[in-house]
Design a protein around this ligand. Structure first.
Ligand SMILES: [Zn+2]
Length: 140
């Protein structure tokens, strides 16, 4: 008898799923409100596009890709702007959370991290569940 092994999805696809699940949670946590709306009325007036999950320290730094301190809701305009002017979000973050939190995050980002399949599966489950629980709390 032939044994049919269940085909696993690729690690890349799993990473995309984890990014999505995490991003949905972050946007919900921040009430779909762009971080820049807390900076000034002028900055808030520039908000355009859909809410996204912006990484203060770019997600290429894998160790902080799923770090809740590192991720905040942003409109697409400010998320794009962040690529060219990271100072805007960085100064907002330091003002809101303090320099020690920022420095701890920078330190974390310098670790070498490779996400494994079980870790990613755990992340997907964790944030799906958190989103569900949060949704119940707010009655959505
Ligand atoms: Zn914005």
């Amino acid at each position: 008898m032939k044994y049919h092994k269940k085909k696993l999805i690729t690690l890349r696809k799993l990473l995309t799923k984890a990014d999505l699940s995490f991003s949905q949670y972050i946007r919900h946590r921040d009430h779909n409100q762009c971080f820049a709306s807390e900076i000034s009325k002028d900055e808030a007036a520039k908000c355009t596009g859909f809410p996204q999950c912006a990484h203060l320290i770019k997600r290429g730094k894998k160790a902080v890709r799923f770090d809740e301190r590192n991720c905040h809701c942003s409109c697409s305009y400010h998320n794009y702007l962040h690529n060219h002017y990271p100072e805007i979000m960085t100064s907002w973050f330091i003002k809101k959370y303090g320099e020690p939190v920022y420095l701890a995050l920078v330190l974390s980002s310098r670790r070498i991290k490779k996400w494994t399949r079980p870790e990613l599966e755990e992340l997907i489950k964790k944030y799906k569940l958190r989103l569900l629980n949060k949704s119940n709390e707010t009655g959505i």
